[in-house]
Design a protein around this ligand. Sequence first.
Ligand SMILES: [Zn+2]
Ligand SMILES: [Zn+2]
Length: 262
Amino acid sequence: MSLPLSYRIYRFFLPLRNALFPALCSLCKEPLEKQEPLCPKCLGEYRASRLRDCGQCGKQLDTCTCSSDMLRKARVKRHVKLFRYRPGHEKDAESRIVFALKHHNLELLFTFMGKELFDCFSSIMPEENYVVTYVPRTPRQEIENGYDHARFLAMTFSEASGYDFQKTLLRKNRSAKEQKRMETVSLRLKNVKDGFALCKGADLKGKRVILIDDIVTTGASVAECAKVLRREGGAKEVIVASLAVVPHNINPLFTDFKHKNT
Ligand SMILES: [Zn+2]
Ligand SMILES: [Zn+2]
């Protein structure tokens, strides 16, 4: 399945829209001379965030092979990520990027971050015939937020990479609540257990799937999705690609949780 028609129409009219509205930085709202996602200052801060080390192995996140125990248990082949998300550091460029994508539907920023994620992905993963999908929200969550930011990110990733975008591989069960409302790892694990299902007719036999999300906090949701894609869909391998990761050593959610269980 290629990108949805509504998205292609939207992209077609984007230059007109950009010509009519003034250019502003997606993060600080500083006026810009041309349509770009970030002003030089915010772009510099974002680039600097990419240079921070993983916090576990000492390497930069975009080259390290660390992934959480949950992802390893779900047999995720690799977790590709751009930067660390540090809870409580809301002024960091990386925190503001995650917030802006989640709440403001900024197409230039989505396009930019989708390409950044693909550039990182292609620098460390072999070239194969991948399928791109995402960790979905329930229809109700999507209506409440106005859009599904993980889907938008997956679409811009697909556009940058040329890999096939599959909107209808996973669905989130209505009973599953938003993970951010679950205040411990145990609650998050319980919440996502059977929280995702394969869409009717999805067939992934022998396929390599890139599973996109904006931020991996405990890894519970992406791990559950990866299991469904492999066990029910027959995917050959699943690679998780997220903009941000909250490393265990700075993740307050892990303080109540025995490491062996993660
Ligand atoms: Zn700015
Ligand atoms: Zn690492």
